[in-house]
Write a protein that binds this ligand. Structure first.
Ligand code: ZN
Length: 325
């Protein structure tokens, strides 16, 4: 009996799929009439086959539904684009009829491009929606700024454009790096560094574009000095918090000490720069110690707490090493 059961169990999958020969089928059916165990195997095989079919069917339905939803979204996008074309055509006609030349029409056109980038693009694009939407939005916004700038005869385009990019990069860059940069790539692992580098470049570009706009070298010197002091401080603070390879306590201590030093000196340094003489820094420091006592107290507290954190961190460190060993 045992040997026959083995043979029947081997044939059963073929029997369920109805691909075995007539003689094998008769052989299996005769055996099933007298063997409870093989009958059970047959039932479970049939149940599995049924479940597989059910899953296939479910996936088919979901796939069809998803495709239909996608088509619907695309259609809404195309209709929105069509609706946006109406004011474009109306303004084109009105502008030509009243002014006999196209001028403010381009402002309307570029404004509608901005609207389209936020409404039509996310509906029509199939993949990388965020990348396409933010890219076309920023691009059309630049066009709008340029058009307004030309129309009003101004020279402020670069100031406005760089300011917009500065704000946008802080919000959009980390998300784009997270979503679209290749896995384990350097900039994906260092999103903070990416934003800091981009913002530093944009900030200096902004200062130069303002300097060109107002045409005074005095401004450039002061703005560059103050910005550099603040940018270097921000970079140092960022590097301590993000890249100093010590335990959390020591890093907090280091950040607090640095912040205390920054707080105690920043007013003095900026005042000296504004008064135009680097030599006055020494004088301003002596004034600061008399006048700016709230700032000074705060910075002393920061530095003191920071030193305490550093020491605790130093004591805790060998303990952690023992644990990991
Ligand atoms: Zn059997």
């Amino acid at each position: 009996m045992k040997n026959i059961c083995d043979i029947v169990q081997d044939i059963l999958p073929l029997y369920v799929d109805e691909v075995c020969s007539d003689s094998s089928r008769t052989f299996v059916e005769e055996h099933l009439e007298e063997c409870e165990k093989c009958l059970e195997t047959l039932k479970s095989l049939r149940k599995n086959a049924f479940e597989d079919n059910l899953i296939d069917e479910k996936e088919n339905i979901l796939g069809r539904h998803f495709k239909a939803a996608k088509r619907k979204t695309f259609t809404v996008g195309v209709i929105t684009a069509g609706v946006l074309m109406i004011p474009v055509i109306v303004c084109l006609i009105v502008n030509l009829a009243t002014g006999h030349a196209l001028n403010w029409f381009f402002i309307v056109l570029t404004s509608l491009l901005v609207t389209a980038s936020l409404t039509v693009v996310p509906l029509v694009v199939e993949s990388k929606k965020l990348l396409w939407t933010s890219g076309t939005f920023l691009g059309s916004l630049m066009l709008l700024l340029a058009t307004c700038c030309i129309y009003t005869g101004g020279k402020w385009f670069f100031i406005a454009a760089i300011s917009v990019l500065l704000g946008a990069s802080t919000v959009i860059l980390p998300i784009i790096a997270k979503k679209y940069f290749p896995e384990h790539s350097f900039w994906k692992r260092n999103k903070g560094l990416l934003v800091f580098t981009t913002d530093t470049i944009l900030l200096y570009s902004l200062i130069f574009s303002v300097a060109i706009f107002i045409k005074t070298t005095n401004f450039l010197f002061k703005a560059l000095s103050i910005t550099t002091v603040c940018v270097v401080s921000a970079w140092l603070f960022f590097l301590i918090v993000r890249y100093w390879r010590v335990n959390g306590l020591m890093r907090t201590g280091g950040a607090l000490i640095f912040f205390g030093m920054f707080l105690s000196s920043i007013n003095t340094i900026i005042n000296s720069i504004l008064e135009g003489s680097v030599l006055e820094i020494g004088y301003n420091f002596s004034v600061a110690f008399k006048d700016d006592w709230i700032n000074l107290e705060l910075s002393v507290i920061c530095i003191a707490v920071g030193i305490i954190f550093l020491f605790i961190g130093l004591i805790v460190k060998p303990k952690n090493k023992n644990k990991s060993n």
